[in-house]
Design a protein around this ligand. Structure first.
Ligand SMILES: [Zn+2]
Length: 358
């Protein structure tokens, strides 16, 4: 089995290099948009080659743009021309024969004075150097360069071999606010992940600083604070998902079950809170992180119907409401209320398609 992942590397181009990247990435999406428009008009895939496309891009990059445009057109045609996408975000793509990466630089052809010239751009690997180095020792795919919040990022597709875990041991994982994640294995082993109370405290602290900044109308500082909060939340999700996978491997789990998230669930969970306390924690992102890391570890992820998972008795399927911390059923079953969801998720019906949409 193989798994394709995206390795992200922050680039540190010189001013001149950044200017070239900007020009090239604009030319790249403009080329694609033009080709798509042409194909839509003629209702046929383009026969153009890099020689026919007159834009200041290396021919390998032009070929990549033609390839991208064709694949977009294929989807447009399939949708019977109902939706014709127009790319807006500047980006530029090189195929794997056109770039090399070493300890400090990413080298690929840039248009310098009208000529494709292989150029080395510095990378900011920081503390992730060893991990990135290891990932990049596998099969490399395309290199995509984009600008995000003023920073230049390289996204490299890497295909790595994954050994699928065998066996039939399953584990249910329930995501929530009070307890960020609860996992229960089919053997009944339970673990709680993250700290809901600490998260709440942290979010409240962010909110109070934001309020003060708002009174002083410090727009830029507010934006920086929001970014900081987003980074912190993302980091928490990374940490929790990592710990969940470690726990799964420790218990020889080959399938993780998660609730298929609908927006309904998010509203249901938020509606209990008052407006001011509106949380913006993404259960969706956390489940994506879990799926991603699970797949890399050869663990399969299945999504189940979330209905009644917190109410049904795991022993007799009668519906009960937990009182305080204890969940009690007339059949004699009782357990900590926060375990019930994950216990039921283990055996809840798997939803078709096995993956969720955003
Ligand atoms: Zn019962």
């Amino acid at each position: 089995m193989e798994q394709t992942i995206t390795v992200k590397i922050k680039l540190l181009p010189t001013k001149e290099q950044a200017l070239i990247l900007q020009t090239m990435s604009r030319a790249y999406i403009e080329t694609i948009n033009t080709l798509i428009a042409e194909m839509v008009t003629s209702q046929a895939s383009t026969k153009k080659t890099s020689k026919d496309v007159e834009v200041p891009l290396p021919s390998a990059v032009k070929n990549q743009a033609i390839k991208d445009a064709k694949s977009v057109f294929k989807k447009v045609k399939k949708s019977k021309y109902e939706r014709i996408p127009v790319l807006k975000k500047p980006a530029c793509i090189w195929n794997n024969q056109n770039y090399t990466v070493d300890q400090k630089h990413l080298s690929f052809p840039l248009m310098v004075d009208g000529k494709a010239t292989k150029t080395a751009i510095r990378c900011a690997f920081s503390d992730k150097k060893d991990r990135i180095g290891h990932l990049l020792s596998h099969k490399l795919g395309t290199l995509r360069i984009t600008q995000k919040a003023g920073k230049w990022m390289a996204q490299i597709a890497v295909t790595i071999p994954v050994e699928k875990r065998t066996g039939s041991k399953e584990m249910g994982v329930d995501l929530g606010l009070k307890v960020p994640a609860v996992a229960v294995t089919d053997g009944g082993k339970t673990r709680f992940f993250g700290n809901g109370r600490e998260n709440k405290y942290k979010k409240r602290a962010f909110r109070s600083v934001r309020k003060k900044l708002g009174e002083k109308k410090k727009i830029k500082a507010i934006r920086n604070l929001d970014d900081k909060e987003q980074r912190w939340m993302k980091n928490q999700d990374h940490k929790i998902s990592r710990e969940i996978i470690d726990f799964a491997i420790e218990h020889d789990i080959s399938v993780i079950r998660l609730e298929k998230l609908a927006n309904i669930r998010q509203t249901a969970r938020t509606s209990r809170k008052n407006e001011k306390n509106l949380h913006t924690w993404s259960f969706y992102r956390l489940s994506q992180f879990i799926e991603y890391k699970a797949n890399l570890a050869g663990v399969q992820v299945e999504y189940v119907d979330p209905r009644y998972t917190s109410q049904i008795c795991p022993n007799c399927t009668k519906k009960n409401k937990a009182k305080d911390r204890l969940y009690k059923c007339s059949c004699g079953f009782e357990t900590h209320r926060d375990r019930v969801g994950a216990m039921n998720i283990r055996y809840a019906p798997v939803v078709d398609g096995n993956s969720q949409s955003a």
